[in-house]
Design a protein. Structure first.
Length: 283
């Protein structure tokens, strides 16, 4: 018999749909302050100068590709993009080449002094390294070269790789390496055949972060790069004048620089999750 006084409860605060809605709402609140500047920059890249400077701001306008045409065909932006890609790729390659063995030494042989020295280099302001490097490269006639840019970028990217990889390597059980050594593998062979395959998510995540930091680096590039090796962050300054600023082309150039970073950041999230799962390996 149905109790007439019993009232069925509707979805309350514990309902999964309600919790998802609350999380979505909180996520929107958190993301809006971060995404709004990029949205404003992206919209500005399609505006004419009169629409960009209008007050109150114009949200409905006739889009134009003139700003992007200006960036690519009047400012040699494609060459600067190639320079940035070459410098960031070489920095990532050499960062991984030196950072992974360094992280292995710290994780397995407790070389904490070396790790602290590298960390101190990362914490120091970039200007502290700029003048010595500049004097050295001028004396060696290495300014306006990829070698100078890659070497200086490694000051900040190498510590990132080192400290990220320490955790991934420590998550690999020692018993697996010991078994490989018993089977006749050398220490370098164990690193190459055992540790690296098990830490691939960490290598991918740290490598992409290294690429992003090098791609965005401005301080060393503005001093050490010349016309032949100018990178994108430095090239953006061509749109800043003493009397006027070309806001439309500047927004277009900034959007072009930011888009690869956003895409790589999305990729990093996936590999970091995989890396945390790989850290749960047990022997």
């Amino acid at each position: 018999m149905v109790n007439p006084l019993k009232v069925e409860k509707g979805p309350g605060k514990n309902h999964p749909g309600f919790r998802r809605a609350v999380l979505f709402f909180l996520g929107v609140i958190v993301l809006v302050p971060f995404l709004f500047p990029f949205l404003w920059m992206l919209l500005g890249s399609f505006k004419q100068e009169v629409d960009f400077m209008a007050y109150p701001p114009v949200w409905v306008f006739t889009p134009t590709l003139e700003n992007y045409r200006n960036v690519f065909f009047e400012n040699n932006f494609g060459t600067f993009a190639i320079n940035s890609t070459i410098v960031a790729a070489l920095t990532t390659f050499f960062g991984l080449l030196f950072g992974i063995p360094g992280a292995y030494a710290v994780a397995r042989y407790k070389r904490t002094g070396f790790a602290l020295i590298v960390l101190a280099a990362r914490m120091a302001p970039g200007i502290a390294f700029l003048l010595p490097w500049f004097v050295l490269f001028v004396q060696m006639r290495l300014t306006n070269t990829y070698f100078a840019l890659v070497t200086t970028h490694l000051i900040f990217t190498l510590p990132i790789i080192l400290w990220m990889m320490i955790g991934f390597i420590e998550a690999v059980p020692r018993e697996i390496e010991q078994a490989a050594l018993v089977d006749g593998c050398t220490v370098w062979g164990s690193l190459w055949k055992v540790v690296l395959p098990l830490t691939l998510p960490g290598i991918a995540a740290s490598g992409i972060l290294c690429f992003i930091f090098s791609w965005n680096n401005f301080l060393f590039s503005v001093v050490l790069a010349g016309e032949a090796t100018k990178t994108l962050p430095v090239a953006v300054f061509s749109f800043l004048g003493y009397q006027a600023i070309s806001w439309g082309p500047l927004s277009a150039a900034a959007s072009i620089i930011t888009l690869p970073v956003i895409l790589l950041a999305l990729i990093v999230q996936k590999y970091i999750v995989q890396g945390l799962a790989a850290g749960g390996i047990s022997g």
